[in-house]
Every structure is written in C-alpha cells, then in structure tokens.
Design a protein around this ligand. Sequence first.
Ligand SMILES: [Fe+2]
Ligand SMILES: [Fe+2]
Length: 324
Amino acid sequence: MTPNDRQSEASGDGMDGILFNRKMAAADTHAPEDETSTTLLAKQGDLEVMLYRIGGESVVWLYPASDPDAIEFFFVHEGVVELALDDGVVSLGPGESFSVSGLTREIPVKMQGATQILYVTNCPAYESVSRFEESLSELLKRVNEKDHYTYRHSKAVLHYSLALYDAMQESCPAIPRDDLAVAALFHDVGKCFVPVEILQKPEKLEHAELRYILRHPVDSGRMLLPKFGEQIAEIARNHHERLNGSGYPRGLRTEDISLSSQIVAVADVFDAMTTDRGYNVVKTFSEAAAELLSLPEEFDTRITKVLSRLVTSGALEEGGAASA
Ligand SMILES: [Fe+2]
Ligand SMILES: [Fe+2]
C-alpha cells in the first residue's frame, strides 16, 4: 500500500493503544515531494520509525554510532540502494532490508533514482535530520530569491566539486562527501547581503560596490558555521583565497587553505569562466581547464590536473551544469 492509498482511506477511530497514521505526506514532512524528505511515522522513547524519501540519484552516508547499543534498520520500500562495502557493492531492492550496529567506519549508500526507505532506529535522529533538511531548503530558497544566476551557479559548483572529489581518489580530502556537497552548494550564500543591483550589474563595479562583493565569503562562512560546523564554514569562507596569497578576503596562503576549499575554488572559477555572465568572454570547457592548469601558483595542480582529465574524457558535459 502506498502512502497515497493510505491518505485516501476513510479514517477510523481505532481503540486505546492503537495509533493510526493515514497522512504521511502532511505535517511531518520536511521537503517538497521531488526532494529528500523524512517523515516521522511513530515514536516511543528513543525508538523512532521514519519514512525516508529521496527524489533522485543521491548518496547518503552511514556513520559509526557513539552509542554501542545503537541499531538502525532500513527496509527498502521502493527503488534500489547500493552499499559500498570493503569487499564490493551490495545492491538491495524493494522488500529487502539491512540493519546497522557496531559499524567501524562510514559507508556510502547510493540511491539510483526515486527511493523510499523505512528507517527504524533506537538512537533518536528525526529532530536533527529534519532540522538539517529545513536549514538546507531555507538557505537554498534565500539564494534563489535573491539572484537566479547565483542559484544556477551554486548547483553547477556542486556538480563540478563532487565530480572532482569522486575522481581524486587517493588524494581526496579528509571530508565526508556530503559535507563537501553542502559547502559547494552554499559557498555563495553570503551574497544574500549584497544588493541585487550590484550582483546583477553588467559594468565594472565601483570601489564601494566591490566592498560588498569582497565580504560575501565571510558572510557565507558566518551563516554556515552554526548550522554545519567549522569544516563546512571554512570551505565557504576561503573559496576565493588563492595559494599564492592573491585571493580574498584574507589573502591566505597554501598552508592555511584546505584542499576541500581549493576544490570548490576550482569548481567556482571553472563555472564562472564557462558561463555567460553578461560581461565576460565565455570559454569552452577545454580552454577554461587549460587556463586553470596554467596557474599552479593560484590553484592546486592535484585538482586542476583532474579537472583537465575529466574535461578531456567528456565526463563533465559542456552545458550540462547550466541546466542543473
Ligand atoms: Fe563566491
Ligand atoms: Fe561562486
């Protein structure tokens, strides 16, 4: 029976000790239908039963729990999930389930498309998961309302950053993929404080106007810090810093800029170079990748070499990110 079937059922009164939940999609859902959402179906003490809905291809991570008695149970209701374990990938479809207890390292779980998972845990997760989802949708909404270019750009930077992260393998930075994704998507959220006429001005900016732009990485970091912590805030704060100290806002050098922040910086400039912003010469993917590779004093060559390889192999489709 699908959630919609349940919604259309007539409601009954039941009896003491039985609680019916016929409207899964209503009050306790924290994201639009086509995005990720978590619905709390039942709760007693620390035990929570949730429906986890994922709108499309995505990766979530299972982390070792701090409580040794914690157990998490996942039942695949719809779609296919893939767990990347030490000895290979395990694929689970509708009707199959797995439980997690005593995990020693994080495990990526990949959803290939629309997926629904029944999630039961004795380690309360709903409040933090739903708060996290609310924070993300709220931030994204603010970026989009302010400036659609920044919204489109943010999604493109997310796309390029994750492609770089996935392809970097052994030189990959020590940050969970999901954290890099959050930082990439919200690196420019501080532009909320820049007047829209400055953001969209096609001509060269005046000195006073430029000061607004130069502040946005600081504001992005400040906005992300309380919600997501220092590792994510640092990436946003430093995405305009350059290895030789020529960047802004603080002119940091190599040793003070994380590799994750450099990945977002390369993705950020790559999108800016290859997108028509009304005042720039739009470069092809190959031209932009070659130019970034020719600037080792500014951009880490571990990243720009991977970018070149991805562009040459066609893994980053030209024009693909523009509609992402
Ligand atoms: Fe920026
Ligand atoms: Fe940006």
